[in-house]
Design a protein around this ligand. Structure first.
Ligand code: HEC
Length: 423
């Protein structure tokens, strides 16, 4: 076990003081709400910050936004909002559905707030965005699995917990598309779903399950590329893993998981896997310290990594994924800061997703912050170790990938080389 306390503290500090560098060309001298800020809110914020949705306030108009100006600046400068915690200075930067702000957009917001958050001319306003009807399927499911109804009291602390329910799918089937639909958008902060094959799987521990899907506001169905699918094993049950929060009135939620399946007996060309990989060994997280733990997973076939999702509990602060190639060279693929309130799956764009040769090792580097400085820390005087209770810690990544054969791998490398030469 290694501890690089100082290094990590410096790293964390560096992330916090990462002041965006305004470039004269892109950051307007006198930004106004309607001309410069509203388009940013439309693209990156309003999907959650609108009436009857998960976020605490609406940012649909100038009147609604103005009182929050200072708070907005604070949250965007440290990149807590929008919730997207990939380190923009490390590794692959192209992801599907990336709502994050550019340095220039952040600088524009800061300048707007410093100048007193002026409204500007309503004639400059962009056309309002038509948000899709939430609570609707964006595909037609063959099977719908419903979670156990859960009543969220009007006033209560946040609730993290799981339900496991039968799916009633008697044969091995492959999933073509999948969507999680929250019953009540206001109370479901997040919902993750897993296929559970172990009949004795404990409610508190999803580590032997296969990850299926993540519910996020405004997210459409995950439709896998042609001839690609994910196995739903015969008789598997579905784990719904929730974070509920109260909204001032009692609400009962029942969330649904919809599946579009390949016909019975049909197997796609490529099978997608999502598993927890590279779990670090014994965790030793002394009170008052920032620790680093390392986990490794060797891959015996060539493949393409399609998604990275860090997994820790309350003390988790950052996780990085490095590839160690068979020739010994290494590549840092992604780092993400971590906030237990947000379980974000970072899906790489297809042509940016890392491809790796047989014999590559996934190296997952996990940082836990057991100091007072970590707002999520329930008790900075406690030693913490590994375990599956929420107050224990974890250190692994959920990784999604598909294997390739040697020809497919060689063809993909060649195609990428040609693209780079064209640029
Ligand atoms: C995926 C949904 C989502 C998106 C997108 C999002 N927010 Fe939030 N926001 C939330 C939630 C939920 C909270 C409540 C705190 C939490 O759960 O982290 C929040 C909290 C905030 C707060 C703090 C409010 C308070 O009570 O102090 C601010 C300010 C904020 N968001 C601004 C923004 C801005 C600006 C954007 C876009 C640049 C944005 N958010 C994008 C969901 C979102």
């Amino acid at each position: 076990m290694k501890r690089h306390t100082l290094g990590v503290l410096l790293l964390v500090a560096a992330a916090l003081v990462m002041v965006p560098s305004p470039s004269a060309a892109e950051v307007p001298e006198n930004p106004t709400f309607h001309k410069d800020i509203e388009p940013i809110l439309q693209r990156s914020c309003q999907v959650c910050h609108r009436p009857n949705n998960m976020a605490p306030m609406s940012l649909m108009s100038y009147q609604e936004t103005r009182p929050w100006a200072r708070s907005i600046r604070n949250k965007v400068e440290v990149r807590e909002m929008p919730p997207w915690h990939i380190d923009p200075k490390v590794g692959v930067q192209r992801f599907k559905d990336d709502p994050s702000l550019s340095d220039d957009q952040i600088a524009t917001i800061s300048r707007w707030v410093d100048n007193g958050a002026p409204r500007g001319n309503p004639a400059d306003a962009p056309a309002p965005v038509e948000f899709q009807e939430f609570g609707a399927w964006t595909m037609e499911p063959d099977v719908i699995v419903r979670s156990t109804p859960h009543t969220v009291p009007a006033e209560a602390g946040d609730w993290w917990g799981d339900y496991i329910v039968p799916a009633n799918i008697p044969d091995d089937r492959y999933i073509k598309a999948i969507q999680t639909k929250a019953g009540d958008l206001r109370v479901v902060h997040h919902a993750l779903t897993y296929a559970v094959t172990d009949p004795d799987a404990p409610l508190s521990d999803s580590s032997n399950d296969a990850f299926l899907n993540e519910y996020a506001v405004g997210k459409n169905a995950d439709v896998y590329p042609d001839d690609t699918g994910r196995l739903f094993p015969a008789d598997a049950r579905v784990r719904f893993s929730f974070h509920y929060h109260s909204v001032g009135e009692e609400v009962t939620d029942q969330t649904e998981l919809g599946l579009v399946l390949y016909p019975e007996g049909e197997e796609p060309d490529k099978v997608l896997y999502s598993r927890q990989l590279a779990q670090a060994g014994e965790l030793d997280i002394p009170a008052g310290q920032v620790t680093r733990h390392d986990g490794y997973q060797k891959m015996y076939l060539p493949g393409k990594l399609t998604a990275f999702q860090p997994h820790m509990h309350f003390l988790g602060s950052r996780q990085c994924l490095e590839l160690i190639y068979p020739n010994g060279s290494t590549e840092m693929v992604s780092c993400a800061n971590f906030d237990f309130n947000w379980h974000i799956v970072y899906n790489y764009e297809d042509d940016a997703a890392p491809v790796y040769p047989a014999g590559t090792t996934f190296h997952v580097i996990t940082y836990h912050d057991n100091t007072e400085g970590n707002r999520g820390n329930p008790d900075a005087t406690n030693w913490t170790g590994g375990g599956s209770r929420t107050i224990d810690e974890m250190a692994f990544a959920w990784l999604s990938w598909h294997d390739m054969n040697e020809e497919e791998y060689a063809a993909e490398i060649e195609a990428r080389k040609e693209r780079t030469d064209d640029e």
